[in-house]
Ligand binder design. Structure first.
Ligand SMILES: Cc1ncc(COP(=O)(O)O)c(C=O)c1O
Length: 405
């Protein structure tokens, strides 16, 4: 069976060029970048080159790039590294658990945390961030793009608010990186986190932008790696892979690839929305089960929310999303219900719930996230399989029969 992978926001495969770039650093160029001999120097040179690429991506100085293990570590570092009891921290109710769990831990330690709710569209209103500011606000953390809806947040406006009130600003750019242009100077942030495996790089590798002079404490102590900001022997092959993946992602933003992904996503979305009882999450929809969705055919023009090109999040009334994920998987289509990082959890998506969906509709929602290598054939295959699977499940579903609330 030909499989179609539409779960790019969970992870992406290594591109062949990334694999090839990494290969020598597992084998002949295996040196420790801290060693002074030739083998060490080769590793150090590779790290320096990778740092230049990531600095170009962030639009920052090379000394402001810190390599780490990925998005979770970057998010944790911003929060644990800056906040102390008595501080005030502003974040949003739709952040990834790497932010939300860190926030709940610092809250237990005496940090006052405000969770700003999104609009029903999935967008954070900068005015709500502004309204949450207190004299002791030390850090604001808002994501660039939401992993479940793809909605792009107004980070530039939030950066201006942070500047005015003198707070530090962290952007979780894990899902936006490589999908929209990123510029730490324009966005006015002090910290930003990215992760290689979301952009066709290796898992367990990432980087952080740390603006010069930001007093963020290292989570991991030991050697003097990464200018004492992150101890531990550098993962040279991983870092080389991250840099190659980011270099390719920067090209994709310029060569029309991302626009092509948007065309495919829009076709996919329109095709799925032609199934009765479906609707797009991220438009301020009616909340009651059975309430009419947006007038069909008008969804495009009534959806002004900026989104990344590859993501759509759709509800299927009278269905359990999880059952549909499994049915699609059996037919060779990989998608995700809610956030894949929470797979196994029975709770409905905290993001969709924060946007005001009721539990039933949140549970009935699926995320389709396209790889940048997606093709029209992939979309055609998914558009053939989804309506059949929906029809089949609805015929069997106790939700459809009205036995579930
Ligand atoms: C928005 C966001 N932040 C952080 C992370 C965590 O990144 P990592 O998997 O590199 O730890 C993810 C992963 O899904 C994410 O989507």
């Amino acid at each position: 069976m030909r499989r179609v992978y539409m779960d790019a926001n969970a992870t992406t495969p290594l591109l062949p060029e990334v694999f090839e770039a990494m290969r020598p650093y597992w084998t002949e160029h295996f040196g420790n970048a801290s060693s002074i001999h030739l083998d060490g120097q080769q590793a150090r040179t590779a790290l320096d080159r990778a740092r230049e690429t990531i600095a170009e991506f962030f639009n920052c100085h090379e000394a402001e790039v810190v390599f780490n293990s990925g998005g979770t570590e970057g998010d944790n570092t911003a929060i644990f590294g800056l906040l102390r009891p008595g501080d005030h921290f502003i974040t949003t109710a739709i952040e990834h658990s790497a932010v939300l769990q860190a926030a709940s831990r610092v809250a237990q330690q005496g940090v006052h945390v405000t969770y700003v709710a999104p609009q029903p569209s999935g967008l954070i209103d900068p005015a709500d961030i502004q309204a949450a500011i207190l004299p002791e606000t030390r850090l604001i953390s808002v994501m660039l793009a939401n992993n479940e809806t793809g909605v792009l947040q107004p980070v530039e406006e939030i950066g201006k608010i942070a500047k005015t009130c003198g707070a530090f600003f962290h952007i979780d750019a894990v899902q936006g990186a490589g999908k929209v242009p990123f510029d730490v100077r324009r966005f006015g942030c002090h910290l930003a986190s990215i992760s290689a495996h979301k952009v066709h790089g290796p898992k367990g590798t990432g980087a952080m932008f740390v603006r010069r002079g930001t007093p963020v404490e290292s989570l991991i102590v030991g050697g003097s790696h990464e200018r004492r900001q992150r101890a531990g022997t550098e993962n040279v092959p991983g870092i080389v892979g991250l840099a190659k993946a980011i270099e390719l992602a920067m090209h994709s933003l310029e060569d029309g690839t991302i626009e092509q992904v948007a065309v495919l996503r829009d076709r996919l979305e329109a095709g799925i929305l032609a199934i009765p009882g479906t609707g797009l999450n991220g438009m301020g929809l009616p909340q009651k089960m059975g309430a009419p969705g947006p007038a069909f055919g008008t969804w495009e023009s009534t959806n002004p929310v900026p989104r990344v090109a590859n993501t759509t999040n759709i509800y299927f009334d009278q269905l359990e999303g999880e059952a549909l994920v499994i049915a699609l998987d059996l037919k060779g289509v990989a998608v995700s219900g809610g956030s894949a990082c929470h797979s196994g959890a029975t709770e409905p998506s905290h993001v969709l719930m924060a946007m005001g969906l009721d539990k039933t509709r949140a549970r009935a929602s699926l995320r389709f996230s396209l790889l940048k290598t997606a093709t029209q054939a992939d979309v055609d295959q998914v558009l053939k399989i989804v309506p059949e699977a929906v029809q089949h499940l609805r015929a069997l579903s106790p939700v459809a029969a009205g036995t579930l609330g």
